[in-house]
Structures are given as structure tokens and as C-alpha cells.
Ligand binder design. Structure first.
Ligand code: ADP
Ligand code: MG
Length: 638
């Protein structure tokens, strides 16, 4: 944020000139209307009596907001709104219409203020999150004493005490105490989350009833909340494709209408159609209409409002183009493990084949899985540890086969754990098929190429998943597909509980990419939801890649196009709705601004739209309507 933006737009020198200009304009116009017969105009007929001087001052003081910039525009051979307004103000004075000249100066200045204020307000809404953070923190010293420290001085490793009702000043890990915490500022969800030792906590979230002692895991200024704010600012700075289109359009619109204005001023009198003054006034009115202000502001003001509103609900959208994509999504692909399911798998059955004992199979598998990050691996290692089967055999040559399994040398033997595809020449044990049909994820364990046993795992459906699928369908995302590396039977049982029918199972990571490409061939815009790390290629292939669990994983926030900060799907339908509304409003706003201008332009040439109407409706009115429309997004509830 620049220093200028930090200042309220209503307190700048431009704003003060606007107020003075507006007051003088109203006073001058009132005086003319009350004291005098209204001036009918005429070449150079500004009477320099009391009201005339007041109006002249209004025009020049308000106009000073445009004059210097107009000079620069002329030097750069650009035709911008500052130039147009300057010409319009002097033009109105030239034809003896000081009330109109003052109106142009005051009202255009006011419209400019309104626009920058709307954009700045939306930007600030994100900053307010941080401004809520506590100024000071209670740090526990080595000797157990407590010291009050400015929150900005907190460093990684500091132990911080947080009392009931207080806000946590830094990202950290709970080392002592228990409490529920309201994480709405980060995840958008106000349902309290229980925290106990070893759980992560985030700066800007509020401790509800308990007392927590936390150890900082980041320095001040580098917390998840800081990162969110930085990313929202970056997102706001990016221009949506439609905005670039409007900018290009304005580059054609403004000169065209200006040329039309010049033609209106010059041609009819030269061709002998009536007096010069009348046509000059009509041309001047066109010049005012040529200003693209409301048109140009229509997109950014809406997009910024939407990005900020989403961020406040725990949805980080990385820019207007992704907002646009999210709002026009017609097909969505879900990863299964960890996305539709919790990803916290538990081992439900271990079986030895031949003369192997289940313990032996579990110990072998755990030895290899120790090296893997996969949810299956975590479940197997945990299960083995619970049974006191701590792996102590030496493990070497570990290799992960993404989407298939893992291989390593344990005690000189080659041990493999994974899907049947790893063992193409081995017949499948009957028990494997039985377990799979019951909806379990089953992996085989082999020892020097011979099957040693199998391990069945179950994974719970996320409780919110059925509602989310339903809500997405309700907002028009009709095609919903499950992509998984797991087996058909498991995937089908998940799909059944969700009421989905389209399942692509047994996919390798690159096959998930192909599945997304295939969806893209049939649908204009395809979203993919997955966990940011495993599914990165498929997320990148989609029109918009959505990752969840952003609060716990910085990598996820950085790589996804849209990051759901909470580790669940609750906010996904909301995010789609915000994006859809933003998309509709952008289009509506552009149509409104353009339609209004075209009608006014026609009216101006025809002589039925006066200079005053053009200023009031064409600029002030259009800017106000567009801005108020954009504000509607901020009021959208989850
Ligand atoms: P998903 O698409 O459901 O997230 P993955 O592509 O990560 O699944 O994995 C697909 C399949 O590969 C798993 O169902 C499992 O059978 C096997 N697999 C992958 N990694 C491992 C591992 N570390 N240990 C055992 N099996 C694995
Ligand atoms: Mg996965």
C-alpha cells in the first residue's frame, strides 16, 4: 500500500478543492436563479457580477483537479478524461454557461473521489483484519517471568501467553493449556476449533474460554494472516481480462466520441444548419459524455470488492481472472483422498498370506512407509506404533511410485507396498476383492516379489461433502467428477454417498491431468479441487485450481489459484456464489455505463440532453450506480 492510499481520500487536497468547488457552485447557482433571470448563455457572456465570480471560482478551483494532469496528457498526446474535463469547463465558460462549468468541475471531482474511496474502502477491509491484532503480547522469559512486548517484536521461538477473550498475536504451536479458538479471521468459519498442546494456532484468531501458552513458529509480519493480506493485495493489483478489454475499448471510445463532438461543433454551422452556439453546446455535451470514467471503474471496483469479501470468508482468490473462471465454472473435478474424505485414514484390517503373521506384514510395511508422506503411509506407521511394532530394521533405496505405492530395501529384502498394478504377475487374493467391495482402500505388501499380505484402510467421508455437492449443483455446477488413484470399488462407494455417478478411478497423477484436459474439451471452464501438494499438476491443468487447508500449509496458498483457508469444503459453494455475483455485476455495470452513455450521446447530438444532464447522469449518476452495485457483494452472507 502506498502512503497516499493510507490517507483517507476524503481528506486530500483534491477532496478539499472538491468541497469548496461544490459549495461555491451551489451558492452561485442559487444566487443566479433567485436573484437574476437565469442566464441564457451566449459567446463569452459570463457576467463578472457577484454570482458570476463565485461560479467562476467554483469552476477554476474544482477544475484545478484536472488542469495539471490535462497539460501532461496533451504533452503525451493522450486524450484522457482530465483533458476532456478541462476542455469542457473552459468550453462552458466560453459559451457563457458558468453554472454548467462549475457543475462539471465539482461533480466530476466528486465522482473521482467516490470511485477512489470505494476502491480504497474495499482494499482496507482486508487490512482491518490485521488492525484488530493486539498491539502487545505477553512473552514468558526463561526464568518464568512475564514481559509485555510489542507484537511486532515477536520472533520465532518466543513463548507467548494468551488469556480468555484475547487475540493470538502470532502463528504458533500450543505448548500448554486448552481452549477453543475462533479462527474466523483466517478460515472464515466462526465455529470454534478446540486446541490442545501441539495444535497449530494463527495470529488474529481469538481464544474463547481457556488459557493458552504458545510457542511462536513465525516472526511477526510473516504470519498466515500477513501472507493472506499480501496475496489479496497482489490479487487486487492484477487486471482481469475483461478490464483489459474495457481499457482497450476506452482507448477507442474516447477518441471516437471526441471526434464526434468536434464534428458536431464544426460541421453543421459550416454546412449552414443554424447557429454556431447551439451546435457548440451539443458538441460540448458530447465531450462530457466521452469521459469513460464509470465504464473504466466498473470492473475494478467490483473485482476488488469481491476479492476482499471472499478473503474475509477464508477464501483467497489470486486475481480477477480466477474470479471470472470460478464464476463461470460449469464442471468441477474432486480429488478423493483428503478432499472428499478426511484423509485421516485408519487401518481396519491386516492379513498375512501363506504362513505370514499380520504383525510381520504390518512391521514390514511400516518400515517402508516410514519414509512416505502419503496419508496411507501415515495410517500404517501409526497403526504399527500403536501395536508396539517400532521398525528397527535398516531401510535403504526408498522409492515412491506416485499413484501406485512405495518400494524399499528392508534388511536386504526388497519390500513393496501399494496397488495390485505394482504386481502385475501375481493373482489377486480373494480377500482383497472382498475388502475392496466393502469400500475399503486395500494395499498389498510384497517381499522379494512374493505377496506377503494385505492391509485394509478406511477413510471417512467429510461430513460437509454431501451438502457441498448439493449446493454446487444448486448454483449451476452440474458436472461433478471424482478423480482418484484409488480403486473403482472404493471410489464408487464414496460417489454413492454423495449422489455422484461420474468416477475415474485408478488414475496416476498424469492421468488426472489428462482427465482434467478431457473435461476442458467438453466444458469451457473446469475447476479442480484437491490438496495442494499431491494434486499440483491436475490443479495447474484446470482453468481454476482450488486447494484447501491453506491456513496450515503456506505452499498451498502460494500455488493454488484459489485457496480455501479452512481444512474443509464448507466455503466452496460460497466462493462460487461470490464469483458468480461478481461476474454478473461486472457485466451489468459495463452494460449500464455504456448504455447510459450511448443514449445520452444520441440525445446530445439531437439537442435534447443538456450539458447539465450529461454531467449529472452520465458521470455522477453512472459512477454512483456502478459503485453502489459493487458494494452489494460485500453484503453477501456465507
Ligand atoms: P488419491 O487419488 O485417492 O489421492 P493417490 O494417487 O495418492 O490417491 O494414490 C493412489 C493409490 O496408490 C492409493 O490408493 C494406494 O493404493 C497407492 N499408494 C500411493 N501411495 C502409497 C503409499 N505410500 N503406500 C501404499 N500405497 C500407496
Ligand atoms: Mg490425494
Amino acid at each position: 500500500m502506498t502512503a497516499v492510499e493510507r490517507r483517507s481520500p476524503w481528506r486530500t487536497p483534491e477532496a478539499r478543492r472538491t468541497y469548496v468547488s461544490a459549495v461555491l457552485w451551489i451558492a452561485g447557482a442559487a444566487a443566479v436563479l433567485l436573484l437574476d433571470a437565469p442566464d441564457t448563455g451566449g459567446w463569452l457572456r459570463v457576467r463578472l457580477d457577484g454570482p458570476g465570480v463565485v461560479l467562476l471560482c467554483a469552476a477554476l478551483i474544482g477544475g484545478w483537479n484536472f488542469f495539471p494532469k490535462a497539460v501532461r496528457a496533451v504533452q503525451g498526446l493522450r486524450l484522457d478524461m482530465n483533458f476532456l474535463m478541462t476542455v469542457a469547463i473552459f468550453g462552458a465558460l466560453l459559451i457563457g454557461e458558468p453554472i454548467e462549468a462549475a457543475a462539471i468541475a465539482a461533480l466530476f471531482s466528486f465522482a473521482e473521489l467516490l470511485e477512489s474511496s470505494a476502491v480504497i474502502r474495499a482494499r482496507r477491509a482486508v487490512e482491518e483484519l490485521v488492525r484488530l491484532s493486539p498491539e502487545r503480547a505477553s512473552v514468558v522469559r526463561e526464568d518464568g517471568s512475564e514481559q509485555s512486548v510489542a507484537s511486532s517484536e515477536l520472533r520465532k521461538g518466543h513463548r507467548v501467553r494468551v488469556r480468555p477473550g484475547e487475540m493470538i498475536p502470532i502463528d504458533g504451536r500450543v505448548v500448554d493449556g486448552e481452549s477453543s479458538v475462533n479462527q474466523a479471521t483466517v478460515t472464515g468459519e466462526s465455529v470454534p476449533v478446540a486446541k490442545e498442546p501441539d495444535d497449530p494456532v494463527y495470529a488474529g484468531t481469538t481464544v474463547i474460554e481457556g488459557y493458552l501458552e504458545i510457542e511462536a513458529t513465525t516472526d511477526a509480519g510473516d504470519t498466515t494472516l500477513d501472507r493472506i493480506i499480501r496475496l489479496v493485495h497482489q490479487a487486487q493489483a492484477r487486471r482481469a481480462p475483461i478490464e483489459q478489454f474495457v481499457t482497450r475499448f476506452a482507448r477507442f471510445y474516447t477518441p471516437s466520441v471526441t471526434a464526434l463532438a468536434a464534428a458536431t461543433m464544426l460541421l453543421p454551422p459550416l454546412l449552414g444548419f443554424g447557429g454556431g452556439l447551439d451546435w457548440f453546446t451539443r458538441g460540448l455535451t458530447l465531450l462530457v459524455i466521452a469521459c469513460p470514467c464509470a465504464l473504466v471503474i466498473a470492473t475494478p471496483v467490483t473485482v476488488v470488492s469481491a476479492l476482499t469479501t471472499a478473503a474475509r470468508h477464508g477464501v483467497l482468490v489470486k486475481g480477477g481472472e480466477y474470479l471470472e473462471a470460478l464464476g463461470s465454472t460449469c464442471a468441477i473435478a474432486f480429488d478423493k483422498t483428503g478432499t472428499l474424505t478426511t484423509g485421516h485414514l485408519t487401518v481396519s484390517e491386516t492379513e498375512g498370506l501363506g504362513n505370514r503373521s499380520p504383525e510381520e506384514v504390518l512391521a514390514l510395511a511400516a518400515a517402508v512407509e516410514h519414509r512416505s508422506e502419503h496419508p496411507i503411509a501415515r495410517a500404517i506407521v501409526e497403526h504399527a506404533a500403536d501395536r508396539g511394532l517400532a521398525p528397527d530394521a535398516p531401510v535403504s533405496d526408498f522409492e515412491a511410485r506416485p499413484g501406485r505405492g512405495v518400494v524399499a530395501t528392508v534388511d536386504g529384502r526388497r519390500v513393496q507396498v501399494g496397488t495390485p498394478e505394482l504386481f502385475p504377475e501375481q493373482p489377486l487374493p480373494a480377500r482383497f476383492i472382498e475388502l475392496e467391495e466393502s469400500g475399503k482402500t486395500v494395499v498389498l505388501v510384497a517381499d522379494d516379489g512374493r505377496l506377503a499380505g494385505l492391509i485394509a484402510l478406511s477413510d471417512g467421508l467429510r461430513p460437509e461433502a454431501p451438502t457441498v455437492v448439493e449446493q454446487l449443483r444448486h448454483v449451476g455446477v452440474h458436472e461433478q467428477v471424482i478423480l482418484t488413484g484409488d480403486h473403482e470399488a472404493v471410489a464408487r462407494s464414496i460417489a454413492r454417498s454423495l449422489g455422484l455417478s461420474d468416477v475415474r478411478a485408478g488414475l496416476l497423477p498424469q492421468e488426472k491431468v489428462a482427465a482434467v484436459e478431457e473435461l476442458k474439451a467438453r466444458h469451457a471452464v473446469v475447476a479442480m479441487v484437491g490438496d495442494g501438494v499431491n494434486d499440483a499438476p491436475a490443479l495447474a491443468a484446470a482453468s481454476v485450481g482450488i486447494a484447501m487447508g491453506g491456513a496450515g500449509s503456506p505452499a498451498t496458498i502460494e500455488t493454488a489459484d484459489v485457496a480455501l483457508m479452512a481444512d474443509n469444503l464448507h466455503m466452496l459453494p460460497y466462493a462460487v456464489r461470490v464469483a458468480q455475483l461478481a461476474r454478473r455485476l461486472v457485466r451489468f455495470n459495463i452494460a449500464l455505463a455504456l448504455g447510459l452513455k450511448l443514449i445520452l450521446a444520441a440525445g446530445a447530438v439531437g439537442g435534447v440532453v443538456t450539458l447539465m444532464v450529461a454531467v449529472l447522469v452520465g458521470d455522477m449518476g453512472a459512477s454512483l450506480a456502478v459503485t453502489l452495485n459493487a458494494m452489494r457483494i460485500a453484503r453477501m452472507r456465507a
